[in-house]
Design a protein around this ligand. Structure first.
Ligand code: ASP
Ligand code: MG
Length: 402
């Protein structure tokens, strides 16, 4: 049996027309000899009646505090409605389909409500439906605890469900259907010349997602990578081939990638950069600073520690808290609000000379102030003023010939 997992995002299941396009993709898979397992997100986007954010508001607009467990229960309703509607939509075309909660599909999680981890997947139920040529339509983003309580896997978690089922069932592929033709070299709202990548490695796409590109949930990619299950990101509404996510070796075998150094440009907005004065005569000061940030659960990025100075960035929502903390502790510091981080990502840059020089030239020649730089072996990032971000993304996209 050749299994394919087909995951459809919120916009793909939102309207009868969209669901007709979804049906077409499922029927295509069946006629190509695949046994599909369908995974769905909640219908529509924030503001639509059954979208996840709207369901959260049903409770939060009325009651100030709600437990994570009860919030998970209401969030699970979105996918439940979506799965039932999608299964009915398939039945209307004479196909046999059943809607299943994450738990009914065998997804067991811990009880870390709101960000549960999958502990185990029992594929018996899914396999028995496939054996009878019944299409399982599984609620994405959810599972059940040992005690049968609804849990969610973290926002954007339907991708995780699809990848986890693909890995558990050794699927031929996991197809992530969305409303764009694939993964792009940059956000097309910022760079009009951005291109669709025909393939990209698990590592690069994960890194792009961590650096802010809204492509696919990085956890889904990590799960698929472990079992080397190919992921294809494509549109529900076109026949474009989409982007194949696979191993680095497979990417480099395709001839047009021999020369590709950078896979894409990504960005993160709404950061604040802190510059904290340290004292080389009191080396424990740096340790104290990071201990305090950790104790207060402030997540820091772009960390740079020198004997007399430390720089780091936090998300704007943590800025006030960080400010208060440093003031209370008597630190001498400066803060730049409204910063952003722009990054180039590509495993192809390993061991290649001149990437940093091209990066710096692209920004400075376009009048963009670099507030700080950080790099790893596959990523180079700069902190810039948010008002210069779009120019920075475009400049880097041009400079690296994407
Ligand atoms: N509906 C969930 C969310 O909005 C899960 C998903 O769409 O992937 O986060
Ligand atoms: Mg998503």
């Amino acid at each position: 049996m050749k299994i394919v997992v087909q995951k459809f995002g919120g916009t793909s299941v939102a309207t009868p027309e969209a669901r007709a396009a979804v049906r077409k993709k499922i029927i295509e898979a069946v006629s190509n000899g695949f046994s599909p397992i369908v995974v769905v997100s909640a219908m529509g986007r924030s503001g639509d009646a059954y979208a996840t954010d709207s369901l959260i508001d049903v409770i939060k607009n009325e009651y100030r505090s709600v437990s994570a467990r009860n919030l998970d229960t209401i969030m699970c309703c979105g996918e439940l409605i979506s799965a039932a509607v999608m299964a009915a939509s398939l039945e209307s075309e004479g196909l046999q389909a059943v809607a299943l909660t994450g738990g009914q599909a065998g997804i067991w999680t811990d009880d870390n409500f709101g960000a549960a981890d999958i502990i185990d997947i029992d594929v018996k139920v899914l396999k028995s439906y496939l054996a009878k040529a019944i299409i399982p339509v599984v609620c994405g983003f959810q599972g059940r605890t040992e005690d049968g309580i609804f849990t969610t896997l973290g926002r954007g978690g339907s991708d995780t469900t699809a990848a986890a089922l693909g890995a558990a069932l050794q699927a031929e592929a996991v197809e992530i259907y969305t409303d764009v033709d694939g993964i792009m070299t940059a956000d097309p709202r910022v760079v009009s010349k951005a291109n669709i990548l025909d393939c990209v490695s698990y590592a690069d796409v994960c890194q792009m997602a961590h650096q802010g590109a809204k492509v696919i949930h990085p956890r889904a990619v990590e799960i698929a990578m472990k079992k080397e299950i190919p992921i294809i990101v494509k549109s529900t509404f076109s026949d474009a081939p989409g982007t194949l996510i696979c191993t680095e070796e497979a990417v480099s075998r395709t001839s047009n990638h021999l020369t590709r150094i950078i896979s894409g440009v990504a960005y993160l907005k709404d950061l604040a950069q802190f510059k904290v004065q340290l004292d080389s005569k009191i080396p424990q000061l740096g340790k104290h600073l990071y201990d305090e940030l950790a104790k207060n659960k402030i997540s820091v990025g772009c960390l740079n520690l020198q004997p007399e100075l430390s720089m780091f960035s936090v998300f704007m929502f943590d800025c006030e808290k960080t400010h208060a903390l440093l003031t209370n502790d008597g630190f001498d510091f400066e803060v730049h609000n409204d910063c952003a981080k722009v990054s180039i990502v590509g495993s192809g840059m390993r061991g290649v000379h001149g990437i940093m020089a091209t990066f710096v030239a692209a920004l400075t020649e376009n009048g963009i102030t670099i507030l700080q730089m950080v790099d790893s072996d596959t990523t180079i990032s700069a902190i810039v003023h948010q008002e210069q971000l779009n120019n920075a993304v475009t400049a880097l996209h041009d400079a690296f010939g994407l």
